[in-house]
Design a protein around this ligand. Structure first.
Ligand code: HDD
Length: 723
């Protein structure tokens, strides 16, 4: 019998290994990629050419009517395949979008770990990142108030490392066994499957009231963090405490962070509500658009480290996922960079079939005893079997770029073919043996030498019991306008709860444990009894980097921002061309919105002459096709077109809405007066006198005008702030 110990790798594996580290996943996917835009004839799934896919085979009479024949195997194949196109959506994080990219380590962590991906600064590690919302179904809108998933699959030379995080650094629950209760409570209610993609309902707020451990996270979820402007403009957090192990076997606890180069930015709530209807794909299109335009989103990769022996040195338990490690106590170390630079070729086999597992670690990284992480390690692998089948790791998007060989066999849809006569270890050939880390620099070692002892109990350490300190810390650390937004978000959410047992207890009790003025304001808004005393002292402690206003790019940039240029016949071509060129030069995306999408003519151009001369502008959109909410800024050039624009209610609304959403508004020439006029008509909103008033300006060719120059200034300014 021939020996089963064959030398070398399969030729595809050899090609992958020969590729530069950046290209490894590209080469790996090529073998499963086909291009439909070819002259190749249409075939059945079994490869037979077909002559007709448009008419089902029938027996017909002379009028060409008659029954369809089951015999038509080609029609049956087409219909059957269609009938089975859907797979179960993810039980949470069902709606998402993804992209490929690259991870580059800048500073080796060889003092802390022997993981190649965290020590080898020469290598590039290909990644696939999937961003998601949590509550909504696959078809729900992007711009909802929700936590965003930030899941990163590293295709390392030592196997897959999945870092499955969120854009909020803490979690709702401490013990994984509570996850089904939590998800049932947050998802649409069981009797009517309402509401979709929202936490604004009785069950969610009932759950969080009954679980004080959820307080910290729900405060984050009520903040602007839960309504990001873009996936590209949010932080990511590994949330759980992991462990790094170095060559000497020393262990450190670690938390992982992603910090966006573009800064952390959010929409305002009114924009979210409108965008959910106007463009439910706003975030996924934003990511694809940026990558298509080569404005590749980037994040710094940073870690916080606590040596194992300092585990008990903090007020909080370092293994409690409802707690941050405040950065004044545990500073961040920036060690690398993530860039997303390639959109997927096809959504289903890539973004939908990608499957993450917290249990997928590479040697040198290990789990901590965080009780949430321990349970996650069970759940993810399990859910992938339900979604994709037991051989889900063979799918192109999920398989590693390093060789895979073991004695796991068979199961549904197995397609790897393993040659040889044995499928067990040890075997008489000594084939495919495990490798130890020490001798061959390979094998994953679980927490070598960790001693564990104790009694079986269903319990957590006493420090897990402090549920409110960090909720206060977070709220105290927000800027005044962020606090206002939290207040209004709570007002919105509890307004959607119609059971007094829910909104009265959250507003009157839970919030009074965090901040009395907050509790009073929200209780007043939602019709709960207004508390008259704080239920917990608030010493006003703050921590750095909890307010997102602290995450601005090092140098101000409008790169990748969408700027609308509004024009009608008779616009000023010089101002238009100048601003369009400047916007482009700054790396932003100018989008021309016209009163129609057919050619629009500048001042001095006559349609017939211009058409002949090939001039005029063909806008990207017409006014009915888009809304101000889809843009970060608007510019209106002067010119005779202003007369027409001024008579258009949609234009006036556009201007007021842009201003109300605190976006830059630019105008030259006659358009300045139009802007002033439209803003003078902006609705006056009531804001309590105690609230801080800031002013916002409008850039006109004449410089920045303070709002007192506008009619009904105070109302406009307060209205803008209050949107
Ligand atoms: Fe989870 C998906 C993030 C706790 C069970 N989770 C999922 C995804 C993200 C997170 C980003 C989507 C992955 C993708 O894009 O495919 N989950 C988190 C974070 C948590 C967390 C940051 C707290 C630190 N999750 C958590 C617990 C459990 C789960 C405690 C169960 C005990 N999560 C799942 C899941 C999902 C999932 C049911 C659904 C789809 C999937 O796994 O692949 O297994």
């Amino acid at each position: 019998m021939a020996s089963v110990i064959a030398g070398g790798l399969h030729k595809v594996q050899e090609a992958i290994q020969r590729a530069t580290s950046k290209e490894k996943k590209v080469v790996d996917l090529e073998r499963d990629t086909a291009n439909i835009h070819t002259k190749q004839p249409l075939t059945t799934d079994h490869g037979v050419r077909v002559e007709n896919t448009d008419q089902w085979l029938r027996i017909v009479d002379d009028k060409h009517t008659g029954p369809s024949l089951l015999e038509d195997q080609i029609a049956r194949e087409k219909i059957t395949r269609f009938d089975h196109e859907r797979i179960p959506e993810r039980v949470v994080h069902a709606r998402g979008t993804g992209a490929f990219g690259n991870f580059k380590l800048h500073k080796s962590l060889d003092d802390l770990t022997y993981a190649g991906v965290l020590t080898d600064t020469a290598r590039n590690t290909p990644v696939f990142v999937r961003f998601s919302t949590v509550q909504g179904s696959r078809g729900s809108a992007d711009t909802v108030r929700d936590v965003r998933g930030f899941a990163v699959k590293f295709y390392t030379d030592e196997g897959i490392w999945d870092l499955v995080g969120n854009n909020i650094p803490v979690f709702f629950i401490q013990d994984a066994v509570k996850f089904p209760d939590f998800v049932h409570a947050v998802k649409p209610e069981p009797h009517n499957e309402v509401p979709q993609a929202q936490t604004a309902h009785n069950n969610f707020w009932d759950f969080v009231y009954l679980h004080p451990e959820a307080t910290h996270m729900f405060m984050w979820a009520m903040s602007d963090r839960a309504i990001p402007r873009s996936f590209r403009m949010m932080q990511g957090f590994g949330v759980n405490a992991f462990v790094l192990v170095n060559k000497a076997g020393k262990r450190h606890f670690v938390k992982f962070h992603w910090i966006p180069h573009l800064g952390v930015h959010s929409l305002v709530w009114d924009e979210n509500l409108k965008l959910a209807g106007q463009d439910p794909d706003f975030h996924r299109k934003d990511l694809m658009e940026a990558i298509d335009n080569k404005i590749y989103p980037k994040w710094d990769f940073a870690i916080q480290v606590i040596p194992e022996e300092q585990q008990d040195s903090f007020e909080f338990d370092v293994l409690d996922a409802t707690k941050i490690w405040p950065e004044d106590l545990v500073p961040l170390r920036v060690i690398g960079e993530l860039e997303l630079n390639r959109n997927v070729d096809e959504f289903f086999p890539q973004t939908e079939q990608v499957a993450f597992c917290t249990s997928h670690l590479v040697p040198g990284i290990d789990f901590s005893d965080d009780p949430l992480l321990q349970g996650r390690n069970f759940s993810y692998f399990d859910t992938q079997i339900s979604r994709l089948g037991v051989n889900w790791e063979e799918l192109p998007i999920n398989r590693p770029v390093c060789p895979v060989l073991n004695h796991n066999r068979d199961g549904r849809m197995r397609h790897r073919i393993t040659q040889g006569t044995v499928n067990y270890w040890p075997n008489r050939f000594g084939a495919n043996a495990p490798t130890s880390f020490e001798s061959e620099g390979g094998g994953f070692q679980t927490a070598a030498g960790t001693r564990v002892g104790g009694t079986k109990q269903r319990t957590l350490s006493a420090k897990f019991g402090d549920h409110l300190s960090q909720a206060q810390l977070f709220y105290n650390s927000l800027s005044a306008h962020e606090q206002l937004h939290v207040r209004k978000a709570l007002g919105f959410e509890l307004d959607h709860c119609d059971d007094p047992a829910v909104y009265e207890r959250v507003a009157g009790h839970r919030l009074a444990e965090i901040d009395l003025p907050l509790a009073q304001a929200v209780a007043g808004l939602v019709g709960a009894p207004v508390p008259d005393r704080a239920l917990r002292a608030n010493a006003g402690r703050r921590a750095p980097h909890l307010s997102q206003t602290e995450f601005m790019p090092a140098t101000g940039t409008i790169a990748s921002r969408r700027v609308a240029l509004l024009i009608g016949d008779g616009f000023d071509p010089v101002a238009f061309a100048g601003v369009r060129a400047a916007v482009k030069a700054a790396g932003a995306l100018p989008v021309v919105v016209g009163t129609r999408r057919s050619r629009i003519y500048a001042e001095g151009e006559t349609p017939s002459a211009s058409a002949a001369a090939g001039s005029g502008i063909v806008p990207d959109h017409q006014l009915d096709g888009v809304r101000s909410t889809l843009f970060d800024a608007t510019f209106i050039p002067g010119g005779a077109h202003v007369k027409t624009l001024a008579q258009n209610g949609q234009i006036r609304h556009w201007i007021a809405e842009t201003f109300g959403h605190l976006k830059a508004l630019g105008a030259t020439g006659e358009a300045g007066a139009l802007v002033q006029d439209a803003l003078g008509a902006a609705p006056a909103l009531q804001v309590a006198a105690a609230e801080p008033v800031e002013w916002y300006g409008v850039v006109t060719a004449g410089g920045i005008q303070k709002p007192e120059n506008f009619r009904e200034t105070a109302a406009i300014v307060r209205g803008a702030k209050d949107f």
